[in-house]
Each structure stands twice: as structure tokens, then as C-alpha cells.
Ligand binder design. Structure first.
Ligand code: GAL
Length: 311
């Protein structure tokens, strides 16, 4: 039996013993593999991808998006810019990828900034025919003119996808329904929690209920996560309730995932500007007890082919 004990908050390693650089990430399952995408700020990289059959061993696959990625415009007017005017890198943050059944494309949505400040607050889009190939970059845009920073994607059971992002200088959280091909926003379906400054959204569906966890807005420093539930993505979301402790056990959400029936929160323990490349990962178990969602602290997570043990 294969197993691996990972310490929460440390920089987890791949099967070659190299650090996994997939921060602010996202995991999808496609055929027999899980694919983990996330930020990689080394060299000219933006987004890297790792894959695993068992969530124990992670194989590095590709630097899917770099400053040298191929580019291609498309029907949405975007600005195609993978380096800024100084010749330095731009910022591509919190990349998320979904497979589109109709177009058979892997579509990446991420947060774009120019690398000098956070004033662009835009969505970056890229696509690929395979989960871990070289993504083609299609540029960045502001959805219906809105600012769009911390973000996530969510694919519902019927294939409808939603993009959720922080708008109005992070004051409000918007939910957009995507077009069928996942290449554009189709409709702004919600402006949530106006003036409550929610960031780092992560969504999952559990037993007919949608659960969203978000953080407050304190840059790289962790803060109290809150959650909300809804009967449908476009329906009413409950008022925010605390989950975890006042620092979310020293983390900020990256995504939520069901593994063997357990609902698991994955987060980043950021190193901040000075130590970003040492940012680590955490996984905490979520439980619903008497209608209330809770997050259980653990120092270690044992991933094994027979399941996950939190201690
Ligand atoms: C956080 C955000 C991160 C990153 C950071 C930069 O609030 O969640 O993704 O943008 O700010 O300070």
C-alpha cells in the first residue's frame, strides 16, 4: 500500500522530491487522473500542472502557461499580454481549469494583473486540447467592465459552469454564469455580500447543497474564513458564518474537494512577497454537524491509496 504523510503548511513534494508549485490551485479529475493546476512564479512560468492517480504521488507534467505561451485572439475583445511593458512578468493568480464536454477543450480562467500593481483586476483565459499540454493564451478582459480579482470556477452537475470573483476593489463577490463553451461570461447572476470584502472563493456541492468558503481581505495574511450555503448557485446564499479559527488555521482557501465521501478544504499557507516560493499547502476536513459546517484542525494528513487520514 502506498501512503504519504504531508505536513500541513509545508511545501509538499512531488514524486521526484521536488517542491510542488501549484499555489492558489485547483484539482480536477479527468479519465483516470487527477490534475492539479496552480500558480508557479519561478522563471518564466505562470501555471504548472501535476497529475496523480491516487492523490499520493504527484507527477510534474508541464509548465502549462508561461510568458512564452502561444497566443491567439478570439471573439471576445481581450488584451493579449504575457509580459508587461517593462519586459517583466505579469501576474497570473488562482488559475482554475474545467473540461468543456461540448468543445472538448480544457479552459483555464485566472486572475490577471500587470505585475506592477493590482489595478487591472481582470480575467485571463487560456485553452488546451489536453489537460496538461501547452495552453494557448487568449488574453485578459474585465467581465461586463467589472473588476475581477480572487476567483474560482465551479461546474454544476448539468455542465453549466460559473465563475466567481471579487469585484469593486474586492468589496463585492460576483457570480457569473458562463457561456456553453466556457469562453465568456454570459450573465451576472449574483452580487453577494456587498461591502463585506470576501476573497479566495471555493465552492462544492454536497448532498444537494452548495457550499462556498471565502476569506476576508488581508493580503497574504490569513484571516477568519466564512461559509455560506445555497440550494442552487443562482438561488439565495445564506449570510456568512465563521468556519475554522480566526486565521483559518493559518491558511486561505484554494479549493474544496470530495474524496471518498469526505469534504476536504485545500488552502495555501502563503509565504508572502518575501517568501512566496516557500508557500505551503494545507488540507483540513470539513464536517456538517447539526446543520453547521465545521473545519477540523490537523497537523498532518496521510494520503493513502485507501483514503485520507487527518491527525
Ligand atoms: C490575497 C489573494 C492572493 C494574492 C494576495 C496578494 O488577498 O488572495 O491570491 O493576490 O492577496 O497580496
Amino acid at each position: 500500500m502506498k501512503n504519504k504523510i504531508r505536513t500541513n503548511g509545508s511545501l509538499w513534494k512531488d514524486q521526484e522530491d521536488n517542491p510542488i508549485h501549484a499555489h492558489g490551485g485547483f484539482i480536477i479529475k479527468y479519465r483516470e487522473y487527477y490534475y492539479w493546476y496552480g500558480e508557479d512564479r519561478r522563471d518564466n512560468y505562470y501555471v504548472s500542472c501535476y497529475r496523480s492517480k491516487n492523490l499520493v504521488d504527484w507527477e510534474f507534467r508541464n509548465h502549462c502557461l508561461t510568458s512564452d505561451s502561444p497566443t491567439m485572439g478570439y471573439r471576445v475583445r481581450t488584451k493579449i499580454q504575457l509580459i508587461n511593458d517593462d519586459g517583466n512578468k505579469v501576474n497570473i493568480e488562482r488559475p482554475k481549469v474545467l473540461f468543456n464536454e461540448k468543445t472538448k477543450k480544457f479552459v483555464m480562467w485566472a486572475h490577471f494583473e500587470n505585475g506592477r500593481n493590482y489595478n487591472d483586476a481582470a480575467i485571463a483565459i487560456a485553452t488546451c486540447d489536453t489537460p496538461d499540454g501547452d495552453f494557448v493564451y487568449h488574453g485578459h478582459f474585465n467581465p461586463f467592465g467589472y473588476m475581477s480579482r480572487d476567483c474560482t470556477l465551479f461546474k454544476d452537475d448539468d455542465g453549466t459552469a460559473y465563475f466567481i470573483s471579487a469585484a469593486r476593489d474586492n468589496a463585492d463577490l460576483h457570480i457569473y454564469k458562463l457561456s456553453d463553451d466556457y469562453m465568456n461570461v454570459e450573465k451576472l447572476v449574483h452580487k453577494l455580500w456587498q461591502g463585506e470584502y470576501r476573497e479566495a472563493p471555493a465552492v462544492i456541492k454536497v448532498n444537494e447543497e452548495y457550499l462556498m468558503i471565502t476569506s476576508f481581505c488581508t493580503g497574504w495574511d490569513p484571516n477568519q474564513a466564512k461559509y455560506s450555503t445555497a440550494k442552487s448557485i443562482e438561488g439565495n446564499w445564506s449570510t456568512l458564518k465563521d468556519i475554522g479559527d480566526e486565521t483559518t488555521f493559518d491558511s486561505q482557501a484554494s479549493f474544496l474537494m470530495k474524496i471518498d465521501g469526505a469534504v476536504i478544504y485545500f488552502g495555501d499557507r502563503w509565504g508572502g512577497n518575501n517568501n512566496y516560493l516557500n508557500s505551503g499547502y494545507v488540507a483540513y476536513k470539513l464536517n456538517k454537524i447539526d446543520e453547521i459546517w465545521t473545519m477540523k484542525y490537523s497537523t498532518e494528513v496521510e494520503f493513502s491509496e485507501n483514503g485520507i487520514i487527518f491527525r
